[in-house]
Design a protein around this ligand. Structure first.
Ligand code: SF4
Length: 89
């Protein structure tokens, strides 16, 4: 699926882009982040969006329902799992 295919079906297509770029993850920004994540939870292309953000190293904003920090954490976990699997071979 090309980028334009899934973006055309994005739940955020009609929302203000600023909603998906909270300034942090604490205090009022936490509420902002959670508002964006609620939109993502109802999005039919969440997996494609998350894949795209991770594949392209996007390090800001909410993509696929995850904040940049959550995506970094997910990537670190995946890297550790890959390393552990390679060591077992
Ligand atoms: S998962 Fe969230 S950021 Fe990604 S396309 Fe859907 S609504 Fe937009």
């Amino acid at each position: 699926m090309s980028v334009s295919d899934w973006r055309a079906r994005a739940a955020c297509a009609t929302r203000e882009p600023e909603l998906f770029f909270p300034l942090g993850a604490t205090g009022p920004a936490r509420v902002h982040l959670e508002d964006a994540q609620r939109v993502c939870q109802a999005c039919g292309v969440r997996a494609e969006c998350l894949d795209w953000a991770i594949s392209n190293g996007v390090d800001d904003g909410v993509w696929g329902g995850l904040s940049a920090a959550q995506r970094r954490s997910m990537k670190r976990r995946a890297d550790r799992n890959r390393e552990a699997a390679a060591e077992r071979r």
